[in-house]
Design a protein around this ligand. Structure first.
Ligand SMILES: NC(=O)c1ccc[n+]([C@@H]2O[C@H](COP(=O)([O-])OP(=O)(O)OC[C@H]3O[C@@H](n4cnc5c(N)ncnc54)[C@H](O)[C@@H]3O)[C@@H](O)[C@H]2O)c1
Length: 351
């Protein structure tokens, strides 16, 4: 696969451009997507390619969940000659500097992260290293070689339990409930500092519980659907009243691309939510209806680090980015369940 490169500071192979890329149209952009092989990142890359842009996905195939899943995420993108995969750590400053020097990017879409609330309680040092330390290394490389235009994924988790509902971007977010949320908030603050100090143009996006095909296996919807289809018990934490503003991945992708292309402000923070919080109990009932099968439910106490409720005020994103979530829960669940069924068939189950 000539679109695949390994990021190391000793050698960096420059992308062979196809003829279309050598004479890009005025609007075609060259975008670096960190975490481009992940759940959201792989969809973002595909959409950028569909819209005629050039994409470099930088990903280290972290084993938080099986890297083989991430390899499958990028199979479609790899077929495009406007796509390049660079394997490596986005926090490797020297190697990233070489990457930035070898190609002229118009913008960076920063999605690489160590995600997941629960693991962050067990291994906070990894979260600090990946989500904060590596970000500062990336920002230093960008300060030197550009571009200083960055759209970065934060998270709704930064709002914690003390922010009034619905969450507005101007809330202080001083009490994140988990190390994951704390590192994402720290990353936001670093991005703000680089905007002020070095003139970076920065948009921070706060996605609210994203679901859809390729969803991370540690997240509720895909893992619940899988368990219902396989007749396995699923664990519900708390009394089922905790609620999430689930957002379908194509809506998140639309919001992210709008941020990259419109870039309406020099520095801004935007919620990207689905606009309708759903309780855990309602979610399981909706999955049962969509699958046509009862779930086997095991109850467990609410987990430390989990917030009670997330609910986005999306008026700012609507106004500045034209962000309007288009996929409701019923449609989103159907698409996700179809993908889970495909995954189960891929694994040899008769789903
Ligand atoms: N999925 C959600 O519900 C959700 C909600 C809010 C925010 N986010 C944020 O969106 C972004 C993407 O999340 P996702 O759900 O797609 O997660 P994901 O784990 O599927 O994707 C993250 C990708 O980053 C890569 N990565 C991790 N460390 C790296 C490193 N040091 N160098 C290079 N690549 C590295 C991983 O291999 C992975 O492919 C993250 O920043 C996450 O915090 C996600």
């Amino acid at each position: 696969m000539d679109g695949v490169h390994t990021l190391n500071s000793a050698a960096f192979v420059r992308l062979e451009l196809d003829s279309a890329s050598k004479s890009p149209t005025i609007s075609a952009m060259n975008v670096l997507v960190t975490g481009g092989a992940g759940f959201i990142g792989s969809h973002v890359c595909e959409q950028l390619l569909l819209e005629g842009h050039r994409v470099t996905a930088l990903d280290n195939f972290d084993p938080y969940y099986p890297p083989e899943r991430k390899r499958r995420n990028i199979e479609t993108a790899l077929q495009s000659r406007n796509y390049r995969l660079v394997e490596g750590d986005y926090g490797d400053r020297l190697a990233v500097s070489k990457l930035l020097q070898a190609d002229r990017f118009d913008a960076v879409l920063h999605l690489a992260a160590q995600a997941g609330v629960r693991l962050s309680i067990r291994d906070p040092l990894k979260y600090e290293r990946v989500n904060v330390g590596s970000l500062v290394a990336l920002l230093e490389a960008l300060r030197e070689f550009g571009p200083q235009r960055i759209v970065a994924a934060s998270t709704s988790s930064v709002y914690g339990n003390t922010t009034p509902v619905p969450f507005r971007e101007d809330a202080p977010c001083l009490q994140p409930l988990s190390p994951y949320a704390a590192t994402k908030r720290a990353a936001e603050i670093f991005l703000g500092t680089y905007a002020q100090l070095h003139g970076f143009k920065v948009i921070i996006l706060r996605p609210f519980t994203v679901y859809g095909p390729r969803q991370r296996p540690d997240m509720a919807i895909a893992s619940f659907a899988r368990k219902i289809l396989l007749n396995e018990p699923l664990t519900l934490y708390g009394d089922g009243s905790s609620a999430r503003d689930y957002t379908f991945v194509s809506d998140i992708v639309a919001g992210m691309l709008a941020a990259v292309f419109k870039f309406p402000v020099e520095f801004g923070v935007y919620n990207l939510g689905g606009n309708t919080p759903v309780s855990l109990k309602e979610l399981v009932a909706a999955l049962e209806r969509a699958i046509g099968k009862k779930a086997r439910v095991a109850a467990a106490p609410m987990q430390a680090g989990d917030v009670e409720r997330t609910c986005a005020d999306i008026s700012k994103a609507r106004q500045d980015l034209g962000y309007v979530p288009a996929v409701g829960l019923t449609e989103g669940l159907e698409k996700t369940i179809n993908w889970v069924k495909g995954e189960l068939r891929h694994e040899g189950h008769a789903a």
